[in-house]
Write a protein that binds this ligand. Sequence first.
Ligand SMILES: [Zn+2]
Length: 98
Amino acid sequence: MVFPTPSDIIKVLEKIPEWTGLMRLPSRISALERKVAELERQLAERPARDACPSCGKPLTIGETRPHPTFGVMGMRVRGLRCAACGFTTEKEIKPGEV
Ligand SMILES: [Zn+2]
């Protein structure tokens, strides 16, 4: 009985479109991670739409994390901070909201 060599197996796998798509995933994931990091950096630099209830200056967007209870449904909690007076608060973000 003749067993296929690893290079024989790879040649067969390379003829399967799904396999070649899988082989491209690591570079695609890396590219997407870089895009997400850049978008998160841009988002962090944007002032929030909300004004500080203490001094009226625009609040800056901080960390966004999944909601402790409804995170599995896409709800998030976003930290907001006032750079002028140090006031901090959190805002619940519903799925689909920016
Ligand atoms: Zn303030």
